[in-house]
Design a protein. Sequence first.
Length: 147
Amino acid sequence: MLRGEAPFACVTRQVTDDGHIVMATGTQAALGPTASPGPRRAAGAITGLWAALVLAAFAVAALAIVARGDLKATDLSASLGSAVAVVAYATLGTLIVRRVGNLIGWLMLGESAALAFLSLASMYAVLGVATFPGRSRRPGRRERSPR
């Protein structure tokens, strides 16, 4: 701690246009300029992506519960576990991207999106084939109009 600095001084990190990181401490950091709209927009997009992935995880869990009669206990637990993993990866990735801006956060968000897609497609297929057979329209088959 520097002389004359309060024990709980405010510390901010700012990135200049040329990519250098500038750290500021003390009251000047608290009174510094406000953030530009660019990072706010990016933070909003990241939050929207996080919300979409959490919604997908809830959809996976709901579809797994609907199809639980046609799933083995291990398959049901794996589907529910993948929903938890989607939320965990998305949350950690979002925190890393928003606080540090590291590439690892983006990789975790991508992994979360891929796992959410895989889980949703799997549960949708189980519902279509085993739980509600014959309800979905098959490719190449024409619907007959009632006469």
